[in-house]
Write a protein that binds this ligand. Structure first.
Ligand code: AKG
Ligand code: FE2
Length: 330
């Protein structure tokens, strides 16, 4: 095993011994393939009719799937390539180094296993770095190219996400200035994911089912595949499309749109091949208020700070995020 690889095999052995009864939890028969709506964003710069059509298709996908793919997104291919290669270089540091608390001076940004996992169902066959633009200023000087790349990408991604959020909000008659006022680039954060080749390909989670706590998330992935989303109680596999980026609706947009846009559960199924992805979460500042755009509101108003605190509390006590149901209006 290469020395950058976290000791997943050992974790797998321990968990299988702990809970042999619930051995591998994913059933391949559950899987269905489908093509996510693919949206050409050049339509946004076109004539009124074309612009309207493009926004309508995005809004429909956000309602029905909570997910869509975009091309002509304006993020330079060169920047995406740079992100991927910097990301690989980062993960190929020896495990001993990257798992240290002060690695690159990014306190606790590295994750490789759910420390509370007691069964195979809770195991994510992946490692990740969580970074925000604010953390980057602390990053050590020897990693200037990584720092520059993440900064460039986060800036471009935030602009794109802001633009899409504004269109989706306007479509429902919500205020679109909210995003400019409450979601500065410093609130955006990234999760760089690496999924090591898995000996139980198709049978373990690469990333356990979850919803994102953002307004919108932008996912850049390689061509390996493995991402699935839930619709009508079934898992659908997202086929990677070259040059396309994925957008998904997060909890905050669902709350603000009174459940019109859906923050859909998704997961990654572990594959026999190494896979990389980068998720960019478009979020507000901690004090920003999240409120249904017109009554009667499905959720009580809450600040993003409160939302994050509640998640931390729930994860601590039960190992899982509860999310929006905690904020339902009674
Ligand atoms: O790797 C992927 O395709 C999805 C990652 C994801 O859902 C996340 O980081 O929240
Ligand atoms: Fe996610």
């Amino acid at each position: 095993m290469a020395n950058f690889e976290p000791p997943f095999q050992e974790a797998l052995k321990t968990l299988s011994l702990n809970s042999p009864q619930d051995a591998p939890s994913i059933d391949a028969a559950e899987e269905e393939f489908f093509e996510l709506p693919l949206i050409h964003l050049r339509g946004l710069n076109g004539q009124e009719m074309e612009r309207k059509k493009c926004i309508e298709v995005m809004a429909r996908a956000s309602r029905e799937w909570g997910f869509f793919q975009i091309v002509d997104h304006g993020i330079p291919g060169e920047l995406l390539k740079r992100l991927m290669s910097e990301q690989k270089r980062l993960f190929y540091h020896p495990f001993e180094e990257k798992s240290k608390q002060n690695f690159l001076n990014l306190a606790n940004s590295y994750l490789w296993i759910n420390p509370r996992a007691t069964s195979l169902k809770q195991l994510s066959w992946s490692e990740a770095f969580r970074v925000s633009i604010t953390d980057l200023s602390r990053m050590d000087e020897s990693n200037n190219t990584l720092r520059q790349t993440i900064e460039d990408y986060a800036r471009e991604a935030t602009l794109l996400l802001q633009r899409l959020a504004e269109h989706l909000a306007e479509f429902l008659g919500m205020s679109s200035s909210y995003f400019r006022e409450n979601c500065p680039p410093s609130s955006t954060h990234l999760r760089l994911n690496r999924y090591p080749p898995c000996p139980l390909s198709g049978k373990l989670h690469g990333l356990v089912p979850h919803t994102d706590s953002s307004f919108l998330t932008l996912v850049y992935q390689d061509q390996v595949g493995g991402l699935q989303l839930m619709k009508h109680g079934r898992w659908f596999s997202v086929k990677p499309a070259s040059n396309a980026l994925i957008i998904n609706v997060g909890d905050l947009f669902q709350a603000m749109s009174n459940d019109v846009y859906k923050s859909v559960r998704h997961r990654v199924v572990a594959q026999g091949f190494e896979r990389f992805s980068a998720a960019c979460f478009y979020c507000p500042t901690a004090k920003a208020l999240i409120q249904g755009f017109r009554g009667p509101a499905v959720y009580r108003p809450f600040t993003y700070g409160e939302y994050k605190e509640q998640i931390q509390e729930d994860v601590k006590s039960s190992g899982d995020k509860v999310g929006l149901p905690r904020f339902l209006q009674h």
